[in-house]
Design a protein around this ligand. Structure first.
Ligand code: 3UK
Length: 529
């Protein structure tokens, strides 16, 4: 029973992986699909499982040929094309650790991440190279820059390296608990943190969520609007489909509603992964239907933020498929609480995914009774090995088998979990808790509102009260009564202390590169205005 004690999860939900284990051998060399099946469809066309296997070996050989070795880091700033899986798995097979970087970071943040992870090599999509140009010369650990895509004349290209490297590579003799890759968390409250993940976690999430919850199979064609660099997209469009021999459609550009519909129409995916705002935006155009999109959709998933009941119901009505809302995190690699086919409760994040345990605790660490708000802690087989170089945060987040999510949750009497906002954005008005998220949801239910963000602001007396920033739908004008109307709207829905005392109408809201509202930036803006 040592595993049970060590990690706190149920043994029957574990994959029996051998001690000596390299995830790339498991996923790529031992892929269940025949070599001529299509693994990925990207802007250049179809790429088979056979193509993938030989490219993975060639990339791994090329990295070793550049002098990189076991546990060295290779940073990836790559758009979603076939090159992404080739580099990710090629590195892992060679025992080199790929670092997936968000493709929307600023030059300053790339500088920070490349120094923080001490990458010896960077593989960058040609479209993103410009953003690295000012810093490449000064990075103390970086020795190699390789470009994916069009040739820029200065740096070697991935295609060139792959063409000359051996397409036979012996796998590094890694163990299942060794660190295989890192992700950088999107940092809605500060600088990005390196999250180190183990070889076994990829297979574990594909098993628990991809197979058990979604029931993916080889005939599925998946499309994830969330990109591969994001833990959500990495599972959705790479590990889950590869595990079952399915096909993933990759988009290297921005997933605007129009582009998403084009992909639906062209590739007829059976499984779609989105975030709540995208579902809402798709619904905003009545022309978006199964007929104009994919008539084969059988599963739709939402994560990253809580999905509202309104959007879930409207989607199901129009598309005939429920949206499965689930909460995941970079630290847990993928979704650990989820709704499931045939058991959807809109407005909730569902129940624990097999293999994961969750508990909701108060400030003293004691579990709270059903219906009471507390912080959500989760334990399971894919939790990160820890942060890199962040002892304080590491100690505060990973408590033995438990990972603190930083989220407020309640569990109802039926065992379903309900999101109540981030711990760090919560505030009190006259001793009563306000979850900005709850107020935002209430405001967003008004027909004139597209999106809202709520922060705490001090009144003349120095007491905190809710302030709302609101984006109105399309042509809506800010008329005389609108502020009062929105305030009344919230008062009718929530406890009296929760309505916004101030409302500011804005054109856009500050968001992280992965689409989360940055309330800390709104607080800063509010203080200086
Ligand atoms: C929030 C949700 C309510 C929550 C992610 C699926 O989002 C992912 O990872 P991140 O590290 O953010 C984690 C935080 O995002 N959140 C995510 N999903 C939900 N809140 N309802 C949800 N359904 O605050 C959580 O702590 O960027 C999502 C799979 C893998 C992921 N990494």
């Amino acid at each position: 029973m040592p595993l049970l004690v060590r990690y706190g999860y149920r043994v029957q939900d574990l994959l029996a992986l051998p001690e000596a284990y390299n995830a790339a051998v498991d996923f790529i060399d031992n892929a269940p699909a025949s070599a001529d099946r299509v693994a990925f469809i990207d802007r250049t066309g179809s790429h088979t499982y056979g193509d993938l296997q030989s490219c993975v070996d060639a990339v791994g050989s090329a990295l070793l040929g550049m002098g990189l070795g076991r546990d060295d880091r290779v940073a990836m700033a790559m758009l979603d094309t076939f090159d992404f899986p080739a580099v990710f798995w090629g590195a892992i097979k060679a025992g080199v650790v790929p670092i997936c970087m968000n493709t929307l970071l600023t030059t300053e943040n790339y500088d920070y991440v490349l120094r923080d992870c001490q990458a010896r090599a960077l593989i960058v999509s040609s479209e993103l190279l410009e953003r690295f140009a000012p810093i490449l010369e000064d990075l103390p650990y970086l020795e190699h820059v390789v470009v994916s895509g069009a040739h820029d004349g200065h740096h070697p290209t991935l295609d060139g390296l792959v063409a000359t490297a051996s397409d036979r590579l012996a796998a590094a003799d890694t163990g299942k608990d060794d660190v295989a890759f890192w992700l950088y968390s999107s940092g809605s409250t500060g600088l990005p943190k390196g999250v180190r993940h183990r070889h076994r976690s990829l297979a574990q999430t594909a098993h628990t969520y991809g197979r058990s919850i979604l029931g993916l199979g080889e005939d599925d064609v998946v499309y994830s609007a969330a990109k591969l660099f994001f833990a959500y997209g990495l599972g959705n469009a790479m590990t889950f489909p590869l595990r079952v021999g399915a096909t993933a459609v990759l988009l290297d550009g921005r997933p605007t509603p129009d582009v998403v519909m084009e992909i639906m129409a062209k590739h007829q995916p059976t499984v779609f992964f989105g975030v709540p705002t995208l579902y809402a935006a798709l619904l905003a155009d009545p022309e978006n239907t199964p007929e104009s999109g994919s008539s084969r959709l059988r599963r739709c998933v939402s994560a990253g933020e809580a999905l509202s009941e309104v959007v879930g119901n409207a989607w199901e009505e129009r598309f005939g498929v429920p949206i499965l809302d689930g909460i995941g995190s970079t630290e847990m690699l993928h979704i650990f609480l989820s709704n499931r086919p045939g058991d959807v409760r809109y407005g909730s994040s569902g129940t624990p995914v097999p293999g994961y345990d969750a508990k909701i605790v108060d400030d003293s660490g004691d579990e709270v009774p059903a219906g009471e708000l507390g912080e959500l802690l989760v334990s399971g087989p894919s939790s990160a090995a820890g942060y890199w170089n962040q002892d304080d945060k590491d100690i505060r987040t990973f408590e033995g088998p438990w990972t603190r999510t930083g989220d407020k949750y309640t569990r109802d009497l039926d065992g379903y979990y309900h999101y109540g906002g981030r711990s760090d954005d919560m505030f009190k008005v006259g001793g009563n808790w306000v979850s900005p998220f709850e107020v935002e949801s209430a405001i967003a239910e008004h027909e004139a509102v597209l999106e809202a963000a709520v922060i705490a602001r001090a009144d003349e007396a120095g007491n905190l009260k809710p302030k709302a920033f609101v984006i109105l739908i399309g042509e809506t004008r800010v008329g005389d009564g609108l502020v009062t109307e929105l305030q009344e709207h919230v008062k009718n829905r929530l406890e009296p202390w929760k309505y916004p005392r101030w409302i500011e109408f804005v054109e856009e809201l500050p968001k992280t590169a992965t689409g989360k509202i940055q309330r800390f930036r709104l607080r800063e803006l509010d203080r200086t205005s």
